[in-house]
Design a binder for this molecule. Structure first.
Ligand code: PMP
Ligand code: GLN
Length: 384
């Protein structure tokens, strides 16, 4: 393994899911739903397979039906107009979109400012692209993990090429507010930065929180690449259908990298996701309401079991503080938890450069059936 990747080892998701299998523990670690997405979308995939749509290489930018559906979704939801032919690119999940963006847009030595804790592939892909990550830490404040805008401003240097954002944010559940996004947008314009924004949890926003794409702010449409994924919104994480929307020059750049990564992927599933994106609003509302109820169940259960709970405004993850239980090392806690309590969770420290800042935090996923969450809570209470 080369020096760029040596520090990354095995992703925590593989490690913890393997532990769930060997111990038989309930897996609230890796974020994938235990119920598949809508029947009619699965049927659409079967039809595509049967009718021979997408069984051979689809077009490099993605099938026209899906590109049109992505553009229509951005228009309907956010009032953002994208030309399906020049401003939408289908990728092998958001994961490939992240990789292709960083490989296409960074010069070796360029700095990338990212919100810490950050999704694990960001660090690895910045490294593969020869970039340097500059983390800005979200800090617990009044029950949520918040961004300090002054720290963000201070993190930008003459070497900064892009801001890598994620809202709703994995693992903290933070949803950046309109005011925060406006300030970030101003900074990007002032310092002439590109913004790559991972919005895969755009439909999982609860209570008063609102998802606002940063591409909607003045001066941002031309400098922003927005990433979406069908894995999260439609509960098909195995299909690996994602996309970017951006101005033509940025899409062309990202496509240059993407064509040598996978070239294309997920042919028949692209047609099915095109239909999924056109589902009536009731689908999206019901999905969100279901996850909100699950968040409430798990958050209350974890609090009862003695965890400090940071109630998420978005995503399907809840970050907890293990110090009230008398622990301080999330790694040790998560490695022991399957044996001790029969539950798997993820230590947030893996998402930090400042490991000590993340040490006492542990993430639980709630994209699971209610009975599974109830059983997990029962086990955690018993073992506490
Ligand atoms: N970004 C974030 C923040 C995620 O949580 C995930 C999935 N866990 C991804 C990207 C990857 O998405 P996909 O499965 O579409 O590759
Ligand atoms: N994004 C999911 C999570 O945060 C897992 C993705 C993966 O396994 N790479 O849990």
């Amino acid at each position: 393994l080369n020096r760029r990747l040596a520090e990354f080892g095995t992703t925590i998701f593989a490690e913890m899911s393997a532990l769930a299998v060997t111990t038989g523990a309930i897996n609230l670690g890796q974020g994938f739903p235990d119920t598949d997405g809508p029947e009619e979308v699965r049927e659409a995939a079967v039809r595509a397979l049967r009718d021979g749509r997408g069984n051979q290489y689809p077009p490099g930018p993605g099938v026209p039906e899906l590109r049109a559906a992505v553009a229509a979704h951005q228009q309907r939801r956010y009032g953002l107009s994208f030309d399906p032919d020049t401003e939408v690119l289908v990728t092998a999940g958001a994961t490939e979109a992240i990789a292709a963006c960083l490989l296409a847009l960074l010069e070796p030595g360029d700095e990338v400012v990212a919100l810490e804790p950050y999704y694990d592939s960001y660090a690895a892909c910045i490294a593969m692209a020869g970039g340097k990550r500059v983390p800005v830490t979200l800090r617990p404040y009044e029950g949520a993990f918040r961004l300090d805008l002054d720290e963000l401003r201070d993190a930008v240097t003459d070497r900064t090429r892009l801001l890598l954002l994620n809202t709703p944010h994995n693992p903290t559940g933070t949803v950046l507010t309109r005011e925060e996004l406006a300030a970030i947008a101003e900074l990007a314009v002032e310092r002439d930065l590109l913004v790559v924004t991972d919005e895969v949890y755009e439909h999982l926003v609860f209570d008063d929180a609102e998802h606002v794409p940063i591409a909607t702010f003045p001066g941002m449409r031309e400098r922003t690449v927005t990433i979406g994924s069908a894995g999260k919104t439609f509960s098909f994480t195995g299909w690996k259908v994602g996309w970017i929307t951006a101005a033509p020059a940025l899409v062309t750049a990202v496509r240059s990298a993407k064509q040598y990564l996978t070239y294309v992927a997920s042919g028949p599933f692209q047609y099915a996701v095109a239909e999924a994106l056109a589902l009536p609003e009731t689908y999206f509302t019901a999905f969100r309401d279901d996850m909100r109820a699950k968040r409430d169940l798990l958050a209350a259960g974890l609090a009862d079991a003695g965890f400090g709970v940071h109630r998420p405004a978005g995503t399907y993850f809840v970050t907890t503080d293990i110090r009230p239980l008398g622990f301080s090392d999330g790694f040790a806690f998560c490695r022991a938890l399957p044996e001790r309590a029969g539950v798997v969770a993820i230590p947030n420290a893996v998402f930090y450069d400042h490991r000590e800042a993340g040490a006492p935090f542990v993430r639980f996923a709630f994209c699971k059936r209610t009975a599974v969450l109830e059983e997990a809570v029962r086990r955690l209470k018993t073992s506490a």
